[in-house]
Design a protein around this ligand. Structure first.
Ligand SMILES: NC(=O)C1=CN([C@@H]2O[C@H](COP(=O)(O)OP(=O)(O)OC[C@H]3O[C@@H](n4cnc5c(N)ncnc54)[C@H](OP(=O)(O)O)[C@@H]3O)[C@@H](O)[C@H]2O)C=CC1
Ligand SMILES: N[C@@H](CC(=O)OP(=O)(O)O)C(=O)O
Length: 340
């Protein structure tokens, strides 16, 4: 018997991608329900060749599904997830609401699939932050081989990380600038077209942003609590695809050549690293891809056992929808999607 699925947030940037990926990967769904807010009731979204009509979450009976792929923001998740799990379904949540809950597994399937077993505690699995996910896929093999002590990274995050509204703002602003029509920023704090904004999510007391804090804490939970990580997260005028420049200190030596060979054979990764013009990955080229791409693999001679990487992935796919569907596949393969 297949799985009865609901996508909660189906009109959003991530929700639409979830539907595409469920269909592309032939997820064994017996039924797919598409849910959004009241204002989207009846709105149509695509699932392969089929067109599905959105249902208002307020009127949906969650006891009729086994799995809810939730992608409607933290506050909505905090309100709805307890009600959904009480109705017996399992929630794979894309927001940051449950990630640091010790009874909720935080999973990147290529990195810590064994953590999925913990779903039995609260019937929730959390999908990590988009930048964290692609970083984890690249760091895991290096950590297993040479033990990572410290990571210093800078992210270059696309506007789709701020949802449909972020993409609309970049599009409108870019067009507007050419006709001298300056609209005030709404989705971002400053102009994003032709600019870079060193600020994602709210500021914290120590001057870091929550986006940076999430990368630190989620890395500890997923990979190793001993890893020290420092991040600077910036928004760049790219529609889809996040990039990370990561500077890594290892306990044991690992040459760039060894790292290249290791990453080449590791799950979820593609190495594109030719020392020539264009021999590296850019975010635009990652759009629509499943893989996390690693380029510019170099030894960093300024620290002992230092290694530098350029990591790129489609944030709506591996950074969100794909990882969530992989989690669902992992739960299903382990027989963990049974109703409670
Ligand atoms: N974009 C990314 O790269 C990543 C996003 N995420 C997380 O995924 C989630 C969604 O992101 P994204 O798709 O980009 O956001 P969007 O703003 O594009 O979409 C939000 C979705 O949530 C629905 N929604 C919002 N409020 C409610 C409500 N009260 N009741 C029912 N449905 C509601 C919206 O429905 P309606 O259209 O009816 O308002 C819409 O379908 C967020 O938690 C975000 O933090 C996580 C990792 C990466
Ligand atoms: N904050 C990320 C996307 C996101 O929603 O992350 P999170 O789920 O950790 O809040 C970005 O803007 O690119």
């Amino acid at each position: 018997m297949g799985v009865r699925v609901a996508v909660f947030g189906a009109t959003g940037a991530v929700g639409k991608e979830m539907l595409t990926i469920l269909e592309e990967r032939l997820f064994p769904a017996d039924a797919i329900h598409v849910l959004a807010s009241r204002k989207s009731m009846g709105k149509e979204v695509s699932y392969g060749d089929r067109v599905l009509k959105c249902v208002n979450v307020d009127t949906f009976d969650f006891s009729t599904v086994d799995l809810v792929l939730m992608s409607a923001g933290g506050d909505v998740s905090k309100e709805w997830t307890p009600k959904i799990t009480k109705a017996g379904a399992i929630v794979v949540d894309n927001s940051s609401a449950w990630r640091m809950d010790p009874d909720v597994p935080l999973v990147v399937p290529e990195v810590n699939p064994e953590a999925l077993a913990g779903v039995t505690k609260k019937r929730i699995v959390a999908n990590p932050n988009c930048s964290t996910i692609q970083l984890m896929v690249a760091l895991k093999p290096l950590h297993d081989r040479a033990k990572i002590l410290r990571v210093n990274c800078a992210t270059y995050q696309s506007v789709s990380g701020a949802g449909q509204a972020g993409m609309d703002e970049l599009w409108t602003q870019t067009k507007g600038i050419f006709v001298n029509d300056h609209a005030d920023p709404v989705a971002f704090t400053k102009q994003i077209a032709f600019n870079v904004i060193p600020h994602i999510d709210n500021f914290m007391e120590d001057g870091s942003t929550r986006e940076e804090w999430k990368m630190v804490m989620e890395t500890k939970k997923i990979l190793d609590p001993k890893i020290k990580l420092f991040a600077t997260c910036a928004r760049v005028p790219v529609f889809v695809g996040h990039s990370i420049a990561a500077h890594i200190e290892l306990e044991n030596p690992l040459s760039a050549k060894e790292a290249r060979a290791l990453l080449r054979e590791s799950p979820g990764l593609m190495v594109i690293d030719k020392h020539e013009d264009g021999g590296y990955m850019t975010p635009v080229e990652s759009v629509g891809e499943f893989a996390t791409f690693v380029s510019r693999i170099r030894e960093d001679p300024t620290v002992e056992n230092g290694l530098a990487l350029w990591i790129v992935a489609d944030n709506l796919r591996k950074g969100a929808a794909l990882n969530a569907v992989q989690i669902a596949e992992g739960l299903n393969n382990r027989g963990l999607l049974k109703r409670g």
